[in-house]
Design a protein around this ligand. Sequence first.
Ligand code: NAD
Length: 499
Amino acid sequence: MQELTHFINGQHVKGTSGKFTDVSNPATGEVIAKVPLASVEEVEAAIAAAAEAQVKWAATNPQRRARVMMKFGALINEHMEELAELISKEHGKTIPDAKGDVQRGLEVVEVCMGAPHMMKGEFMDNGGPGIDLYSMRQPLGVVAGITPFNFPAMIPLWKMAPAIVCGNAMVLKPSERTPSCALRLAELLQEAGLPDGVLQVVNGDKLAVDTLLDSETIQAVGFVGSTPIAQYIYGRAATNGKRAQCFGGAKNHMIIMPDADMDKAADALVGAGFGAAGERCMAISVAVPVGKKTADTLIEKLIPRIEKLKVGPYTAGDDVDYGPVITKAAQDKIKGLITSGVDQGATLVRDGRDFTLQGYEEGFFVGPTLFDNVTPDMDIYQQEIFGPVLSQVRAETYEEALKLTMDNQYGNGTAIYTADGDVARDFASRVNVGMVGINFPIPVPLSYFTFGGWKKSAFGDLNQYGPDAFRFYTRTKTVTSRWFSGIKDGGEFNFKAMD
Ligand code: NAD
């Protein structure tokens, strides 16, 4: 079995804590590698070396740092197939979906190629007599990135690219479920010219994370994962005086108005609800049709589409729409929640609990599941299922559908399907959710905008990537300078005593 490593000072380094956890192929259930769980000493050594490397890196001019990103982007493109395979093997998503994971990370690297422009400060000429004011953006020092299992390329890239191009060093702690892609990205960054030590990849669990949170050297923490952990990390980082942005879970609603193109809405729901086995923070897990006729039509249109979905291992290529969920524990939790939905009175339209696949009996598969008549008090509505389960909650009016979306504790993404521009504008303006799609089911903003939810989907005040990332990973220093009138007023010709 493969023993994975950390990536410290430009080298693969074996774990010394003696502690490991298993990495599985979720399609077969087979343990394919063991990943080391770093000790306090290992994390502290990685931080100390990063601090040393950061000084020279910060003094390297931004244009040269951006050139490393240019080369990195080219290398990611060159190694697209290989990175996708690494992702699919540990995560279970299909190869085209894994390439999307790499691609959406690569797009953030592309924005980082413009870092010199993004890092320019402000200037005021003649703010007072002889006085100019200017501000500059300076890197923070050493920062930490802590990332989830579900986007093994995209989210580490969202963290590492802006942090590094701004002149920081980063200690990245990827998910212990899907660590291989981050290790490969670190190698590619080194090949692109990044000096050793500027990106340290430390594998580990809570102990490694807590060590990062308590380190006096770490200046900022960028986290993505589930809401309870996001809130915990935000609190501990803030108590320790660090800058923190912590992105959490989601329960994304899609409102379907009676005038929507129902075929397009149903297609969108199937892709956004079941793609990547529902393991996306921007997945749509709640459909809210307005009016009985809309709800009945939607269910009618969803059923044949769901029945056509092909579930299987990524190795089956184009024959597969989505793969397994990440672990046996996740599979059990999802099945348990489906059972709770039945027990609490929802109508189970399609049941994915008994799904099996010949030759992959030990894989962590869950078949596509559709509920109707779900109500807000049910566990399947309250909890983030993070699996291939779509719940339909019926609303009588637009206002009721809007209120439902707004009352939900999460506020990551939402969408509305309608032919009416007025209702679309009203929805976009009033809804208390960070990312809104209009006739667009997964509105992950392009990389030159920013990504972030509201309510319990995010803790902190700046979004990920785009202009906010340059604000998060730099601090502003403002200089007020005065130059007294001097040589330009003419020479002094009188012999004077020095004073
Ligand atoms: P998770 O919270 O279990 O783990 C995320 C990271 O935190 C991992 O690196 C993990 O090792 C670490 N961690 C776990 N428990 C910890 C603890 N007790 N103390 C300290 N660190 C701990 O999340 P996950 O299961 O890997 O990812 C799925 C979750 O991430 C979902 O809730 C999903 O919605 C969310 N997510 C959010 C976004 C977003 O941008 N809002 C994007 C992707 C995923």
